[in-house]
Design a protein around this ligand. Structure first.
Ligand code: BT5
Length: 261
């Protein structure tokens, strides 16, 4: 079996782990959702659930997350952010780590679409789902790796991409997962210490929405960057700026038709 199709079992991943993320490492060929594996377990920060296929993979607001078995990274990471931290910012922290992992592995430039998508050429490569109660957050990450165009086509309203459709070849998911965990840990530790501010230039450089016309909730206008607290700045026609904390961004702008998730 080619490496890229080998399951991400603990015996393959454990030797690649460098930090505390991925310990303990829970893997099964199939889960309903990796998010459910970590729920109410009392496991320590860094615990990770990984699978080859989800029978009920989910996105935000009850949406579905689709996968082709054995081709994606599907994982949930348990985090216990410090009291007082703004946990919603973790979606940007994770998106940045995913973007960097993809860039280092493939050399392909990525963009972050606030608040939780990683895009390549306006196509959705990865999505992030935060679910939590009190100081326990399950960060779910779905990253399309080896799907071909035909198996991605079913996925989405926003066109989807995989590393394979972008680079033209398949990728070994094991080193990709190990690098992602390493970068997640570095970004997360930095965020726990210093907050989001030091990450803003990296996010700004990859901001998929900046300068585009957006509608999110009651706000409509031009996206004007991410504020230091992680909210999206939207500048209305009358010149006022609204800060949006969460929601669905519908984009209509320079580069094509309206997309809404
Ligand atoms: C997300 O939600 O993008 C969060 C996705 C999180 C998935 C991971 S996988 C591991 C962990 N366990 C889970 O059960 N979930 C997490 P949202 O922004 O609501 O986007 C969902 C939308 O993305 C769907 O309505 C589709 O339009 C689209 N979509 C579904 N599967 C996709 C895929 N594989 N690639 C690209 N887009 C997809």
């Amino acid at each position: 079996m080619l490496n890229q199709h080998k399951p991400l079992t603990a015996d393959r991943i454990a030797p690649l782990l460098r930090g505390r993320f991925g310990r303990p490492y829970l893997w099964s060929e199939t889960y309903t959702s990796t998010q459910d594996v970590l729920r109410d377990t009392g496991l320590p920060e860094g615990a990770l659930a990984v699978t080859e296929h989800q029978t009920a993979g989910r996105g935000r607001a009850g949406r579905q997350w689709e996968d082709e078995p054995g081709t994606a990274l599907l994982l949930s990471l348990l985090l216990r952010p410090p009291a007082g931290a703004e946990a919603a910012q973790l979606s940007l922290v994770c998106a940045l780590a995913v973007a960097e992992t993809v860039e280092r592995t493939t050399g392909v430039g990525t963009r972050v679409k606030w608040p939780n998508d990683v895009l390549v050429e306006d196509r959705k490569l990865a999505g992030i789902l935060l679910e939590g109660r009190e100081q326990t957050v399950a960060c779910g990450i779905g990253l399309n790796v080896n799907q071909d165009a035909a198996s991605l086509a079913r996925a989405a309203r926003l066109p989807a991409a995989s590393l394979r459709t972008v680079t033209g070849h398949e990728h070994d998911r094991a080193p990709l997962l190990a690098l992602l965990l390493e970068l997640l840990e570095a970004r997360y530790d930095g965020w726990c210490r210093d907050g989001l501010a030091p990450l803003l230039p990296e996010l700004e450089r990859r901001d998929a929405l900046r300068g585009r016309t957006v509608t999110v909730g009651d706000a409509a206008g031009v996206a004007s960057g991410i504020a230091p607290d992680g909210r999206l700045r939207v500048r209305a026609d009358d010149g006022t700026t609204v800060l949006v904390g969460s929601g669905e961004v519908a984009v209509g702008g320079e580069r094509g038709p309206t997309v809404s998730d």
